[in-house]
Design a protein around this ligand. Structure first.
Ligand SMILES: Nc1ncnc2c1ncn2[C@@H]1O[C@H](COP(=O)(O)OP(=O)(O)OP(=O)(O)O)[C@@H](O)[C@H]1O
Ligand SMILES: [Mg+2]
Length: 246
């Protein structure tokens, strides 16, 4: 059975259809990429899965519809996200940031979820620092660690590699791959770092103007002419001049 099934999921903001009848499944133990140009609806898709925005269509977790569940119930069921804008608590140390998530989701499999999450993202050295003391790259790893501290079954990552250099991104990809391969969690990864996406994902879903335009293995998606036209061939992020990497 799929871990998550999206069935004609649609999100409208006034006249804008940010996500337009999108369907795909996430199999347990896989790393699924979600890509597309600025404004394609990637963040809105994460908002819909986590219950942070109202959507129509159906969303099923292990076969059970969660579409009517409030956000807190979805997070308790193990659906945990990061934010494109990080949203770390600036007045709290890194350890305290992780503790806020670990406490909410107490009872996970790890005896010490904070230590475990710090170790998995290799950011234990930041535990007593404040987010303002960290580089963007390290802060992004901390935001992933904070989500991991919640013991997610499904981890939704919104541009975790933005601001990482090529080497950092590659090491991050290896960490993510290990989390999935050792059964810690299943991952939906949104990012504009095409090398990262192509290197670590099992399957990639492609959105454009809210619609799913392609899906498949990295090799299949790379060779898809529609994807090249909409995204890869244009350098990926150039459509929205006001956009940019948040
Ligand atoms: N709160 C909102 N109110 C109105 N429109 C919104 C809102 N959030 C997003 N949108 C619109 O919905 C569409 C999808 O936006 P979304 O942020 O999901 O795209 P994205 O794929 O995450 O883009 P990016 O790569 O720039 O992060 C865009 O047209 C955006 O302007
Ligand atoms: Mg986004």
């Amino acid at each position: 059975m799929s871990l998550l099934e999206l069935d004609r999921v649609t999100v409208r903001y006034g006249g804008v259809t940010a996500v337009d009848s999108v369907g795909f499944a996430i199999e347990p133990g896989t790393l699924v990429g979600l890509i597309g140009p600025n404004g394609a609806g990637k963040t809105t898709m994460i908002d819909a899965i986590t219950g942070m925005v109202r959507s129509s269509g159906d969303i099923r977790l292990n076969g059970e519809s969660i579409a009517s569940w409030p956000a807190y119930r979805r997070s308790r069921a193990g659906i945990v996200r990061t934010f494109q804008s990080l949203e770390l608590f600036m007045e709290l140390t890194v350890r305290e940031n992780l503790q806020t998530y670990a406490r909410v989701h107490a009872g996970g499999p790890q005896a010490d979820p904070v230590a475990y999450a710090l170790e998995r993202m290799e950011v234990g050295w930041t535990a007593d620092r404040y987010p303002s003391e960290l580089t963007t790259g390290t802060a992004r790893l901390v935001s992933v660690a904070r989500a991991l501290a919640a013991g997610p079954r499904l981890l939704l990552l919104d541009e975790p590699a933005a601001g990482l250099d090529a080497g950092e991104s590659q090491r991050f990809g290896a960490k993510l791959r290990r989390l999935v391969d050792d059964g810690t969690t299943t991952v939906l990864l949104v990012d504009h770092d095409v090398d990262l996406i192509m290197n670590v994902c099992d399957v990639i879903q492609v959105l454009d103007f809210g619609k799913k335009i392609a899906s498949g293995t990295p090799a299949a998606v790379r060779e898809n002419p529609e994807v090249a036209r909409a995204y890869l061939g244009t350098g990926g992020t150039t459509r929205n001049p006001a956009g940019g990497e948040a």
